[in-house]
Design a binder for this molecule. Structure first.
Ligand SMILES: [Ca+2]
Length: 317
């Protein structure tokens, strides 16, 4: 009788521990600690953008594949896809009084719960073995947690249905010749970090780790410790993805905040096929009631650059 009682207590305790572990794992699989490089050879500080005030003229640099500082043209004119429900989410606005670092016009993403889940822009681009993505962002001082942020996706090609092979698939393990993705986004750690959280990679690839609930949620890569993201100020965010040689664990990723290298990870087997390339960038604030009860949440973007070398912060003068 006493033996059975202990059995029940131990079983309940075990179930409780498993529940806590499982709750923590969804959306934030164990950080890629074992892949973190202790001494990185990547650059930091200023990069190719230093010579261009507010990115003016940066598109002409030989290593720049795509650039948009939102100063010219209509909303999303140089992008391929727009998520802008009822035309109420995205707008080009004037929020800066000085030219640097973001010029006169910026992209505003205003999400309204009950009406939309925010929105953003997608660009398909000519891939490269090592790709750098840099953008400026500002979280409104009232902005709460966001669900997902800026993502680079690998699609089978730039044409037809194949250009979408890297989209969707949340909670599922990718097939190695169809997709992989990595997103640089704020992570709120289940409300433990003040909104919007701390910077984090959220990555999907064919050999990713399984989550405790049996699904495959994006694996997390983040350096610890890290400061909380400050709202109400422009932040220069940049990330790098290096493709692996198929069948080898030699892929990489890294990110920088305001020119400071925060983390660099090696040993990632992103893909099984040499024709699968990271070739689409989605710049967005995807906001749902899973993470916020605020009716409206606003994020700003500017100075987007896709390049073959380190970009760094925009030039100031
Ligand atoms: Ca601008």
């Amino acid at each position: 009788m006493l033996k059975n009682k202990w059995k029940i207590i131990i079983t309940l305790l075990f179930a409780f521990l498993l529940m806590i572990d499982s709750r923590d794992s969804i959306g934030a699989e164990p950080p890629g600690e074992s892949m973190l490089v202790s001494k990185s050879d990547l650059p930091d500080g200023t990069g190719l953008a230093a010579g261009f005030v507010a990115d003016d003229g940066i598109a002409d640099h030989r290593d720049v594949i795509f650039a948009d500082n939102f100063e010219k043209g209509n909303l999303g004119a140089s992008w391929d896809d727009k998520r802008n429900r009822d035309n109420k989410v995205l707008s080009l606005i004037n929020i800066s009084t000085t030219k640097a670092p973001v010029g006169k016009k910026s992209l505003q993403v205003k999400a309204t719960l009950g009406e939309n889940t925010g929105g953003g822009l997608t660009k398909w681009f000519k891939p490269a073995d090592r790709i750098f993505i840099r953008f400026y962002t500002k979280f409104d001082s009232e902005c709460d947690y966001v669900h997902h942020f800026c993502t680079i996706r690998a699609n089978k090609s730039l044409h037809g249905g194949d250009r979408w092979s890297g989209f969707g698939g949340a909670g599922n393990r990718p097939v190695g010749n169809e997709r992989f993705s990595t997103a640089l986004e704020p992570w709120g750690n289940w409300g433990r970090f003040p909104a919007p959280g701390r910077w984090n990679f959220y990555s999907y690839w064919h050999s990713m780790k399984k989550s405790n609930d049996g699904r495959y949620w994006g694996n997390a890569f983040r350096p610890e410790p890290q400061p909380n993201i400050k709202r109400g100020k422009w932040i220069c965010a940049e990330f790098m993805l290096k493709h692996n040689t198929p069948s080898q664990n030699d892929g990489e990723q890294a990110f920088w905040i305001d020119g400071e290298l925060r983390g660099h990870w090696r040993g990632i087997n992103w893909r099984t096929s040499p024709t699968l390339w990271a070739n689409a960038l989605t710049l967005e604030a995807y906001i749902t009631d899973r993470w916020t009860k605020n009716k409206t949440n606003t994020v700003f973007f500017d100075n987007v650059v896709i390049a073959r070398q380190y970009i760094g912060p925009a030039g100031k003068q």
